[in-house]
Structure formats: C-alpha cells, structure tokens
Design a protein around this ligand. Sequence first.
Ligand SMILES: Cc1cc2nc3c(=O)[nH]c(=O)nc-3n(C[C@H](O)[C@H](O)[C@H](O)COP(=O)(O)OP(=O)(O)OC[C@H]3O[C@@H](n4cnc5c(N)ncnc54)[C@H](O)[C@@H]3O)c2cc1C
Length: 483
Amino acid sequence: MKKIAIIGAGIAGLSAGCYAQMDGFETEIFELHNNPGGLCTSWKRKDYTIDGCIHHLPGASPSSKLHTMWKELGAIEDGRILFDSILRRTIDSGGNELNFYTDLVRLKEHLMEISPADKAVIDQYLTAARKFTKFELLAMVAGKGKERFSMIPHLPKIMKWGPISLEQFASRFKNSFLQKAFPTAQYDFQGIPMMIHLSFLAGCSIRSMGWPVGGSLAFSKRIAKRYEELGGKIHYRSKVKGIVVKNDRAVGLILEDGTKADADIVVSAADGYSTIYEMLNGKYRDDLIDEYYANPPDEQEMNAYVSLGVDLPLIDLPHGVTWLMDKKLELSDRNYQKMDLEVFNSKTEMVPEGKSVVRIPFTASYSYWKKLSNDRELYVDQKGEIAEKVIERLDGLISGIKEKVEVVDVSTPITTERFTGNFHGMQVWTPRSKPGRIMSKGLSKTLPELRDFYMVGQWAQGLIGIATAAVQGKKLVQKLKKR
Ligand SMILES: Cc1cc2nc3c(=O)[nH]c(=O)nc-3n(C[C@H](O)[C@H](O)[C@H](O)COP(=O)(O)OP(=O)(O)OC[C@H]3O[C@@H](n4cnc5c(N)ncnc54)[C@H](O)[C@@H]3O)c2cc1C
C-alpha cells in the first residue's frame, strides 16, 4: 500500500486525503493549525460564531454536478442548506433599494418597477440569467477534459458575457440609481465579467448555490470527520518545515519539532510560496513560478474584516447588503464610498436566538499592516480605531446598533497569514503575465524535475474556491491510481 503524506488540512488536502483513502492509499495529513479547513473556517467570540469564508456553496443541490463530490466527502451529509431569496440588497441614503431577487420573475418585476424606461436592458439581463441556469460555470472549470467539452454549446454566451464587466453593463441603464447600484452585485468586484455574476444569480435561482447551516468550520469538520472515518489520520499543530528529497524524489516530511515522516508520495495542499521556496528551499521551480511570486499585489478585495456580534435579530436583512454612502468613510490608508455587510442572523445557527453577526469587509494593504504588526500595540490600536469608525458609521444605517455591539473582531491579512500560512495572507491572484497558461495548466501542480511530489489547492491550480480545491484533490487521486 503506497503511503502519502499530505501537507495542510484545508479543503484541498482533506479532499485529496478522503479520495486517497477511498482508493486504498495509506495517508496522513499534517496541519499547522488546531482545526481543519484552512481558509474555510469560522471562529468563536463569546456566544457568536464568526464565519471567515463561505458566501456561496456551489453544488448545494442534487441538480448540481458538484453535489456528488460533496456527498462523497461527507460535507453536506447531515448539513442543512439555506437558500437566500435575495442575492444582495443595495441601498442608498435616498431610500432607493435594489434587491437582486433569486426568483428571476420577481427580479424582473422589481427592476421594471425601479425603471420601466430600462425595459430593453432588463430583458437582456434576465434572458441571459435564464440561459445561465443551464450552465454550471464552476463545475465546468473544475471538470475533467470530457466535461469541459460539454462547454462547447455554451460558448456563444460565454463569448457574449465574458468580455463585459458588471460596471460596463450597468452603464447601459438609463436610471442613475441602477447605474450606481448594479455593479455592487458581487461585493467589491465591480470589474468582474458579467458571466460570473450571471452564473451566481442563475445558480442561486435554481438552488445549486446555497449556504451550509452552521458555517464554514462546521462544513470543513464534516469532511475531516469523513477522512478519519475512512482511516486517515490528521496531525494537528504539526507545522511542516521541510520536504525530504532523495535523488530528486520526495520521500517524506520533516516537522518544525524535528519529527520525520516517511512517504512514497508527498502532496502539498499548503501555501505555494512556503512549499516551493521554504520546504523545498527553492530548488524546484521555473520562470513562471518565480515571476508569479516576485510580483504579488499589495492589496486584495475582502482580505480584511470588521466583525460585530450584535444583540439585534436583523431577521429582515438578507445575507448580503451594500450601502452606497453619501459621505466617504476613511479607514487606515483608504477611502470607502460604500459599505458591504454580511449578515448572519439566527437562521444560520451561528448566533444565539435574537442576535446576529455583521461582517464588513475592507481592502487592506499587506505592507501597511505588516509594518504595523511589528509593533503589537500600534497594530491593536489601529484595529480598534477602524472598528470604532465602522460602528459609528453603521449606526446611520442600522439605527441603535452602536449600543448593541457585544463583540468586536478585526481580522487583517496578518491574521490570515498567521493562521493559514498563506503568502501575505492572500488568496491566489491573477498574474499579470500568462493568465491563460495558468487557467489551463495551473500554476504548480507538479514541480520541474521533482518526482513523487504533487501540489493541490488554490496555489497549485491558480484558482480560488472550495469546489475547485476539492475537485483537485479528487483529480489528483485519479492520476495517482493510474501511475
Ligand atoms: C473571506 C473569504 C471568503 C471566501 N468565500 C468563498 C465562497 O463563498 N465560496 C468558495 O467557493 N470559496 C470561497 N473562498 C475561497 C476558499 O476559501 C479557498 O479558495 C479555499 O478554501 C482554498 O483551499 P485550499 O485547501 O487550497 O487552501 P487553504 O484553505 O489555504 O489550506 C491550506 C492549509 O494548509 C495549512 N498549512 C499551511 N502551511 C502549512 C505547513 N507549513 N505545515 C502544515 N500545514 C500548513 C494551513 O493551515 C491550511 O489549513 C473564500 C475565501 C476567503 C478568504
């Protein structure tokens, strides 16, 4: 029986572990944290559970191609799924409100009520959304070669809606509120292709996108449980320091405490930079990898959050709310003209009855926070200052919230870096050069000249998402079986 050592119990590592166990390999996972999940996590603050990840779970319903995989991984076995009737509500201070209803008939009526003069654009939008209900973008991206061929009938709509951004489409509306509000459909990603928004909206409308009750850590823990039931072993608080290589073959791991683990095959499902440049001392790499890690962006959307535990039910608010503010909000080194809210009320089963968590993402500069973090006091003060400003401003939207805040939690890129080991506390980014090459072949699924070594997860594939991470684990095992 071949022995596989897996680094990292994020979704990719857990998935690789589960499928390898199912296929008769002997595996062990080494995880630096004391919990599974990596980025797919939540944490407790008093009675409140703060969720750090899933907004949308692709593959939520049996009609989805990804559903079987989640079932095999035990991820939704006993988990219940919530389906929002509103993908996002965007409001301005003048009382205008745009609801992205997931019921497409209702959405059309609502848009027509806001702006009858925009009938032609609204028709175009809704017709496209309906077409996307027959096309599961994520399943295709994550799919095998054969599945990707089934993309061919969908090429016309991909070509039509791929090159247009949310912002560009919004400019077609005559109504000035729709022009401003429409680009907020997908959080801070106004520049993303309409194709992605249409996939999300369509996915929510046919309930192939949902939200797992209990949140991200509960979701990850179900996969970890499945892995252990299959006979796998997770070593928590076991940071891998090095990958042992003999004659250009990976033969095991060495942990930070000096413990060694032998293996026939090593799989890293951990951060790409530390795997390639630290655990392997930068010995196995190519120009593409070097260029990628030499040019990281300093900022990334939604890489920092202010999370508030509030003694308010907020039962009338949808999960996603965007507030277009009249006055700019200045947070550390940036100005914000809008505030995005993620609302977790008691329907999510993550907060006590009648209470809620409100999370407000912001875009943080890694270098700014890294510098601050060298002085613990300054770092903590800055987090406190940001939280205060956010609470003060939020009181203008949810009157009285200021008095109801029971828990304040601020996470920055430094938090993510510390807890998940991810490079600069980031998720994988789209590179400036050769994005197409990375989309089709991945960034570093294997490394040049190194045998018996594989990578899975966001840094291997060059794509984010829990579904793509899990699919890679599955695909890797299919490949190993054929060796
Ligand atoms: C705020 C936020 C919201 C998101 N929302 C969604 C969403 O709605 N839907 C969606 O599909 N995706 C979402 N994502 C993306 C998704 O969470 C990630 O793409 C996915 O979880 C990445 O999984 P992974 O296994 O590749 O990596 P990771 O989750 O980073 O896992 C890597 C694991 O390796 C461990 N590790 C690192 N270094 C070492 C070491 N030296 N030794 C041992 N272990 C190590 C880490 O602790 C971690 O557990 C979101 C991400 C964020 C940050």
